[in-house]
Design a protein around this ligand. Structure first.
Ligand code: ADQ
Length: 737
């Protein structure tokens, strides 16, 4: 057994499809480089490929079971069974009538049927169960594409430490489009279950990040999302092809060579423009037909001199939009041939069927122009396949700027397929492009296609996934352990002198849109007063809040210590006066900083300034998240310059930037609070942000330090949110009496 861990590939379809042939079953191999690329890794690691076999069992069928068992034995392909109605509603429904059009920027084509969503959820659960059945420690799970976007999250829930990767083959839409999607949040959460999330291009990755921020409010870095339970690494990994497989056909396969010669003869004297697509509305076939008509209109000299070979594989034929498209294309082909054709010349040769690999390769090799102009495409492998087959580098690639491939293939002629006139003009020019130019461009493309092969792509994905998973394992080891509440309560009960340091926002109450709205519920005030009333116990609320807020909410709560503005001021339980922690605290600096903040408020609708006695805060929680984030970075860097030689610091908080004195530090408060108690043998500190880390660091090692939320911390323990913190404090108040 290999030591590198098995690869478990999961995709909607397997590389094989079952077809009924009378009483028996036939296995068909689907074309495509993915299987070629992954088979060696599967073999090496004794891995498995899980997917739907392309039919649903109607009952016991020994012949079918026999075929499937053979797949598993010989290739490691394991069937995930889906009941027929689930398969249909999931695949034709939510996946292909909601996700597919929306992700390709056709929001008006989307159909949303709740039954489709239910089937999508059900199918993803069935895939999860199938994975869990085979999953072993050390395995790497690689989930593919838009049909299985919930799967990473479902797997993560069931196996928190599994290594899970996801690759999206189709584009990720702009956030304005993505937000239209019913069930958008569930999908984003599902994806964040992955350790590695990879897209075809950087633009897709950026769109994903923007959606995450706008819809879930989750900030991310260019290369990762620090999720609640774990991090998700983000990558742009454009898929490639297996170019040598194509060349082998040209060099070794008789059928390919014969077909190639035949095309040469048949189209002698004509420039061949070749288009190969699935018959899908994202591929822009009607636009291509109309562009070809424009070309013949504007350049009569080309009539009888060019031919457009359009190969279109029928696809998703049960969906009405595809049926409409089929009619539209047939009509356009008929019109063009009727208008321009002669007994000797047919302008458009239309083949509406899948063709054999040998036939396809012969066409790629014979074509003068590869005409690849989808309206939107994740990558588009046809563009790369055409280039791979241009051994003599004499052809030209006409490529849509909306195909993912455009990001890598700058030497192609990039066009906007919606601009039919513009595209016809470029075509007219490139048909007669001098050989020198064609060779130079094609040779550069050729090199690129040979460098970023599907093998290089899959190896990179697998090694990044391995890296992301081991980083995660390391982080899990570093994360504070969950607070053992029973032990804590026992220690609290036993102790003779107790000190509690409790942060407020994000610790005792969740964040609200404005600081004012985060007022304490009555139950919290009463809990704090119960704690405050315990003998030999100093209960301290230690917050970044102003003394006005703390006094308004807790001024009358008996027995409570209050620390305001991160340690600038303190109020003892018995007294009503606040003490400054330093004899005098400067405030003149505010006059210099305020105009800078005001400038940012003017630029950022929804943001505002909070003025405290010894600090200024710029809040942007209600501003556009993307814009707010960007401006916060800019504000901090402006302030860093302004404050360089002073004792002030600009600090990023939760959706805020705060300027305060560097020495206002929660850690400084420990000795002041403890001074009044005879023998402290129990210390608890609970907090969620950077200012609380000062406290954790300065407390002795045996203190109960608790970080609220995920991520690393100097605290020994963690709790997940304010609700848990309040429950723990309730328990302490209960056991102490
Ligand atoms: P697809 O939408 O399937 O894949 P594409 O990249 O164009 O799109 O690949 C199509 C494949 O089918 C090619 O290998 C091509 O050779 C073959 N093919 C097309 N027409 C054919 C015909 N008439 N007969 C025989 N074979 C034909 C999704 C995304 C793409 C992304 C791929 C890979 O939608 O954007 O490039 O995944 O990630």
């Amino acid at each position: 057994m290999s030591t590198e861990g098995r690869l478990i590939v999961v995709s909607n379809r397997l590389p094989f499809t079952l077809r009924r042939a009378g009483e028996a079953w036939r296995t068909e191999r689907s074309s495509g480089g993915l299987a070629s690329a992954l088979d060696p890794v599967l073999k090496r690691t004794r891995g498995l490929w899980l997917g739907w076999p392309g039919d649903s069992p109607a009952g016991e069928d020994a012949a079918r079971a026999e075929q499937l068992a053979g797949w598993q034995r010989k290739h490691g392909y394991a069937a995930v069974e889906l009941p027929a109605d689930v398969a249909r509603n999931f695949y034709e429904g939510y996946a292909n009538q909601t996700l597919w059009p929306l992700f390709h920027n056709f929001p008006t084509n989307i159909e949303f049927d709740p039954a489709g969503w239910t089937a999508y959820v059900e199918a993803n659960h069935r895939f999860r169960d199938a994975v869990l059945e085979v999953l072993q420690p050390g395995d790497l799970v690689w989930v593919h594409d838009y049909q299985l976007m919930l799967l990473p999250g479902l797997l993560r829930e069931a196996r928190p430490s599994a290594a899970i990767g996801f690759f999206l083959h189709i584009p990720f839409p702009a956030s304005e489009v993505f937000r239209i999607l019913p069930r958008r949040t569930e999908l984003l959460r599902g994806l964040l279950g992955a350790d590695l999330l990879a897209f075809q291009t950087h633009a897709d990755l950026q769109h994903f990040r923007a959606s995450l921020l706008r819809i879930c409010g989750t900030e991310s870095r260019m290369d990762r999302v620090k999720g609640e339970a774990h991090h998700t690494r983000l990558e742009a990994l454009p898929i490639g092809i297996a170019p040598d497989e194509f060349l082998r056909f040209i060099e070794k396969d008789r059928a390919t060579q014969q077909a190639f010669e035949e095309h040469r003869r048949r189209f002698e004297g004509l420039k061949i423009l070749l288009a190969v697509d699935r018959l899908d509305y994202t591929k822009g076939i009607p636009h291509r037909m109309r562009t070809f008509r424009r070309l013949l209109e504007r350049a009569p000299r080309l009539r009888g001199k060019v031919v457009l070979l359009q190969v279109a594989v029928p696809s998703r034929e049960r969906i009405p939009l595809y049926e409409d498209l089929r009619h539209e294309v047939s009509e356009l082909v008929g019109e063009i041939n009727g208008e321009f054709g002669t007994p000797q010349w047919t302008p458009v040769v239309y083949m509406r069927r899948g063709i054999a690999r040998s036939e396809l390769v012969a066409l790629y090799a014979a074509a003068d122009v590869g005409w690849v102009t989808p309206l939107r495409d994740g990558m588009n492998l046809v563009a790369k396949e055409y280039v791979a087959c241009q051994r003599r580098a004499e052809g030209v690639l006409l490529l849509s700027e909306f195909a993912g491939a455009a990001a890598e293939m700058g030497e192609a002629f990039l066009v906007n397929p919606y601009d039919e006139d513009g595209t016809a003009e470029v075509l007219e020019r490139i048909i007669d492009l001098p050989l020198e130019d064609r060779r130079e461009r094609m040779a550069a493309l050729h090199r690129r296609v040979h460098r970023n092969t599907v093998f290089a792509w899959s190896e990179r994905f697998v090694s990044l996934l391995r890296e992301a998973a081991s980083d995660q394992a390391r982080r899990n080891g570093e994360q504070p352990a969950r607070l053992p509440v029973v032990d804590l309560a026992a220690a609290f009960r036993r102790a003779r002198g107790r000190v509690l340091f409790l942060d407020y926002d994000g610790t005792l109450v969740p964040f609200a849109n404005t600081p004012r709205e985060a007022s304490p519920p009555p139950a919290l005030v009463s809990l704090l007063s119960r704690l405050g009333g315990l003998p030999d116990t100093a209960t301290t609320l230690i917050s970044g809040r102003s003394r006005t807020d703390l006094e308004a909410w807790f001024g009358d709560t008996p027995g409570l210590w209050l620390v305001a503005e991160h340690g600038a001021m303190i109020r003892r339980p018995a007294g009503t006066d606040w003490e400054l922690t330093r004899p005098s605290i400067p405030v003149a600096w505010k006059a210099r900083v305020r105009p800078v903040f005001e400038h940012f408020v003017d630029r950022t609708p929804g943001s505002f300034i909070e003025e405290k006695e010894y600090a200024l805060v710029w809040h942007y929680r209600m501003a556009d998240p993307l814009f707010g984030e960007w401006l916060a970075n800019e504000l901090v860097s402006n302030l860093e310059e302004l404050l360089a030689e002073t004792e002030l610091r600009a600090i990023r908080g939760q959706k805020s930037v705060e300027v305060r004195l560097v020495w206002t530090n929660k850690g400084e408060m420990i000795s002041r609070v403890e001074a009044g108690l005879p023998a402290v043998d129990f210390r608890l500190a609970v907090g969620d942000d950077r200012t609380d880390e000062d406290l954790f660091e300065r407390l002795p090692n045996d203190a109960w330090t608790v970080h609220v939320g995920q991520g690393t911390s100097h605290a020994r323990y963690c709790l997940s949110g304010p609700r848990d913190v309040v429950a723990v404090l309730d328990e302490l108040a209960r056991v102490a009496v």
